[in-house]
Ligand binder design. Sequence first.
Ligand code: UFG
Length: 328
Amino acid sequence: PSPVVLVTGGAGYIGSHACKALARAGYVPVTYDNLSTGWQDAVKFGPFEQGELTDADRLAEVFAKHRPVAVMHFAALSQVGESMEKPGLYWRNNVAGSLTLIEAAVAAGCLDFVFSSTCATYGDQDGVVLDENSAQHPINAYGASKRAIEDMLANFGVSHGLRHVIFRYFNVAGADPDGEVGEFHRPETHLVPLMLDAIDGKRPALTIFGTDYDTPDGTCVRDYVHVCDLVDAHILGLRWLRDGHPSRVFNLGTGTGFSVREVVDASAGVTNRPVPVVEGQRRPGDCTRLVSGSSRARSELGWAPERSQMRTMIADAWQWHQHGHYDR
Ligand code: UFG
């Protein structure tokens, strides 16, 4: 039988793309999700188990039923702004939830663990090249919650033999080019889908959050990676663990920064429509510049991003925006 991987957050944006990649790679992805921000319609590539991360009994039941060989842990609250308003929510759901999940995995003897972390754990370090050894000084509760889980994984490794691959994502964009799954957040807070909403009139305009940053055009700079390239790295990370390599941290970014204005400009060549733009205030918790300075994922995992050109990411997101949606 095909090996099972437990995918928490498999009904969400990145998790659903990961389930598709896992199924293609010969695994059975079992989605564990509370549907708080995910969509049951996005669970298309394996079984679905509804449950809370903080529910130890439910997790034990799911581990016993499916006997996964590994966990891919995507489930998390992930909005920087919300995390500044409600830090308790982030510490309870992300940190306490992950602790419950990790304990359940260890109790079930499932010791290979792939974790979604974030470049938000580095914080605002303008001028510093961000590689995996950079200091981590998160400036928002979201980043702090992810850093705490990274520490937890290291501790459980020493004491219980849990082995991890931690991926620190930069900014994820794009969608499955086949249109089976895509990005669909309610409420939406991410730049690319909000820009597409503004282009087709679903919103009056895109507000640019801050034009007085210390960057060439005054807007924030981010390193964008296509969701399909991102989940491909997860398959390589899973193999890394199953081949017996030691726990390891990898940045996932392409090393190229785009300002908000550059993203807006790049859409013109894809949609052939103007973007109505309004210049607004800075958003609390935003870093000036987050760009990966590491090629570790390429050199050690053999990761080779294929669709992470800005034009391709916007084109794939635009296709999903026009034709894809979930009802439930
Ligand atoms: N932005 C705007 N207007 C908008 C939305 C976003 O100008 O309406 C700007 C933001 O200020 C930022 C950039 O576009 O400079 C990207 O913003 P996103 O909200 O799309 O992404 P973030 O960089 O804030 O956050 C994302 C994920 C986090 C992750 C982080 C790491 O949401 O989970 O990337 O950088 F931690």
